[in-house]
Design a protein around this ligand. Structure first.
Ligand code: ZN
Ligand code: ZN
Length: 147
Protein backbone atom coordinates (compact mmCIF):
# COMPACT_ATOMS: atom_id res chain seq x y z
CA UNK A 1 0.00 0.00 0.00
CA UNK A 2 1.48 3.34 -1.00
CA UNK A 3 1.40 6.37 1.26
CA UNK A 4 -1.45 7.99 -0.63
CA UNK A 5 -3.45 4.73 -0.58
CA UNK A 6 -3.14 4.77 3.17
CA UNK A 7 -4.22 8.40 3.34
CA UNK A 8 -7.10 7.63 0.99
CA UNK A 9 -8.29 4.82 3.27
CA UNK A 10 -8.00 7.11 6.30
CA UNK A 11 -9.87 9.88 4.51
CA UNK A 12 -12.65 7.45 3.57
CA UNK A 13 -12.95 6.40 7.21
CA UNK A 14 -13.22 10.08 8.19
CA UNK A 15 -15.96 10.58 5.58
CA UNK A 16 -17.88 7.53 6.82
CA UNK A 17 -17.54 8.66 10.44
CA UNK A 18 -18.94 12.04 9.44
CA UNK A 19 -21.92 10.39 7.77
CA UNK A 20 -20.86 11.48 4.27
CA UNK A 21 -21.98 9.19 1.47
CA UNK A 22 -19.09 8.05 -0.73
CA UNK A 23 -20.09 8.38 -4.37
CA UNK A 24 -17.70 7.33 -7.18
CA UNK A 25 -17.19 11.02 -8.06
CA UNK A 26 -16.47 11.97 -4.47
CA UNK A 27 -13.99 9.11 -4.26
CA UNK A 28 -12.27 10.27 -7.48
CA UNK A 29 -12.01 13.90 -6.34
CA UNK A 30 -10.51 12.78 -3.05
CA UNK A 31 -8.06 10.45 -4.74
CA UNK A 32 -6.98 13.14 -7.19
CA UNK A 33 -6.38 15.60 -4.36
CA UNK A 34 -4.37 13.15 -2.31
CA UNK A 35 -2.15 12.33 -5.28
CA UNK A 36 -1.73 15.93 -6.31
CA UNK A 37 1.12 17.91 -4.85
CA UNK A 38 0.21 21.10 -6.66
CA UNK A 39 -2.78 22.41 -4.66
CA UNK A 40 -5.24 22.25 -7.57
CA UNK A 41 -8.21 24.54 -8.20
CA UNK A 42 -11.73 23.06 -8.58
CA UNK A 43 -11.38 23.73 -12.30
CA UNK A 44 -8.16 21.74 -12.58
CA UNK A 45 -9.73 18.81 -10.73
CA UNK A 46 -12.77 19.02 -13.00
CA UNK A 47 -10.60 18.98 -16.15
CA UNK A 48 -8.60 16.01 -14.87
CA UNK A 49 -11.74 13.97 -14.13
CA UNK A 50 -14.27 15.00 -16.78
CA UNK A 51 -13.15 12.21 -19.12
CA UNK A 52 -13.98 9.63 -16.48
CA UNK A 53 -17.23 11.30 -15.34
CA UNK A 54 -18.87 12.99 -18.35
CA UNK A 55 -21.93 13.97 -16.28
CA UNK A 56 -19.92 15.74 -13.63
CA UNK A 57 -19.91 19.55 -13.51
CA UNK A 58 -17.50 22.03 -11.91
CA UNK A 59 -20.27 22.70 -9.39
CA UNK A 60 -20.21 19.03 -8.35
CA UNK A 61 -16.47 19.25 -7.80
CA UNK A 62 -16.98 22.40 -5.72
CA UNK A 63 -19.69 20.79 -3.63
CA UNK A 64 -17.47 17.81 -2.91
CA UNK A 65 -14.57 20.06 -1.96
CA UNK A 66 -16.87 21.99 0.38
CA UNK A 67 -17.94 18.76 2.07
CA UNK A 68 -14.27 17.76 2.50
CA UNK A 69 -13.44 21.18 3.89
CA UNK A 70 -16.29 21.11 6.39
CA UNK A 71 -15.10 17.85 7.90
CA UNK A 72 -11.47 19.02 7.92
CA UNK A 73 -10.03 16.84 5.14
CA UNK A 74 -8.86 19.73 2.98
CA UNK A 75 -7.94 23.34 3.43
CA UNK A 76 -9.10 26.01 1.05
CA UNK A 77 -6.49 28.58 0.12
CA UNK A 78 -7.90 31.82 -1.19
CA UNK A 79 -5.84 34.36 -3.09
CA UNK A 80 -7.69 37.61 -3.67
CA UNK A 81 -10.08 37.17 -6.59
CA UNK A 82 -8.39 34.23 -8.33
CA UNK A 83 -9.91 30.78 -7.75
CA UNK A 84 -9.33 28.96 -4.50
CA UNK A 85 -6.78 26.21 -4.36
CA UNK A 86 -7.26 23.07 -2.30
CA UNK A 87 -4.71 21.51 -0.02
CA UNK A 88 -5.17 18.03 1.43
CA UNK A 89 -2.14 18.43 3.66
CA UNK A 90 -3.83 19.66 6.82
CA UNK A 91 -0.74 19.44 9.01
CA UNK A 92 1.19 22.63 9.78
CA UNK A 93 3.23 23.71 6.80
CA UNK A 94 4.11 26.74 4.75
CA UNK A 95 3.85 27.53 1.07
CA UNK A 96 6.17 28.88 -1.55
CA UNK A 97 4.43 30.24 -4.65
CA UNK A 98 5.84 30.67 -8.14
CA UNK A 99 5.12 34.16 -9.47
CA UNK A 100 5.34 32.94 -13.08
CA UNK A 101 3.14 29.83 -13.17
CA UNK A 102 1.28 30.03 -9.84
CA UNK A 103 2.51 26.64 -8.62
CA UNK A 104 2.34 26.18 -4.84
CA UNK A 105 4.85 23.93 -3.10
CA UNK A 106 4.79 22.82 0.54
CA UNK A 107 7.72 23.17 2.83
CA UNK A 108 8.16 22.56 6.50
CA UNK A 109 9.49 25.04 8.97
CA UNK A 110 8.97 25.14 12.71
CA UNK A 111 5.62 26.85 13.26
CA UNK A 112 6.05 30.54 14.05
CA UNK A 113 4.11 30.48 17.31
CA UNK A 114 6.11 33.39 18.74
CA UNK A 115 4.72 35.63 16.00
CA UNK A 116 1.20 34.74 17.10
CA UNK A 117 1.85 35.45 20.78
CA UNK A 118 3.67 38.69 19.98
CA UNK A 119 0.83 39.83 17.72
CA UNK A 120 -1.62 39.01 20.49
CA UNK A 121 0.37 40.96 23.06
CA UNK A 122 0.88 44.10 20.99
CA UNK A 123 -2.58 44.28 19.41
CA UNK A 124 -4.88 42.68 21.99
CA UNK A 125 -6.33 40.47 19.23
CA UNK A 126 -7.42 36.95 19.92
CA UNK A 127 -5.25 35.22 17.30
CA UNK A 128 -6.77 32.23 15.49
CA UNK A 129 -4.04 31.35 12.98
CA UNK A 130 -1.48 32.80 10.64
CA UNK A 131 -0.50 32.31 7.06
CA UNK A 132 2.93 32.86 5.60
CA UNK A 133 3.80 32.67 1.95
CA UNK A 134 7.16 32.87 0.26
CA UNK A 135 7.29 33.99 -3.38
CA UNK A 136 9.76 33.37 -6.16
CA UNK A 137 10.35 31.55 -9.46
CA UNK A 138 10.16 27.75 -9.51
CA UNK A 139 12.85 25.56 -11.05
CA UNK A 140 10.71 24.79 -14.13
CA UNK A 141 10.16 28.46 -14.84
CA UNK A 142 13.82 29.29 -14.19
CA UNK A 143 14.76 26.65 -16.79
CA UNK A 144 12.24 28.08 -19.29
CA UNK A 145 13.52 31.63 -18.78
CA UNK A 146 17.10 30.52 -19.31
CA UNK A 147 16.36 29.44 -22.89
ZN1 ZN B 1 6.77 28.33 -12.08
ZN1 ZN C 1 0.12 22.92 1.18
Amino acid sequence: MTVSDKRLQEAIVTLKDSGVRITPQRHAVLEYLLNSMTHPTADEIYKALEGKFPNMSVATVYNNLRVFREIGLVRELTYGDSSSRFDCNTSEHYHIICESCGKIVDFHYPSLNEVESLAEQVTGFNVSHHRMEVYGTCEDCQAKNAH
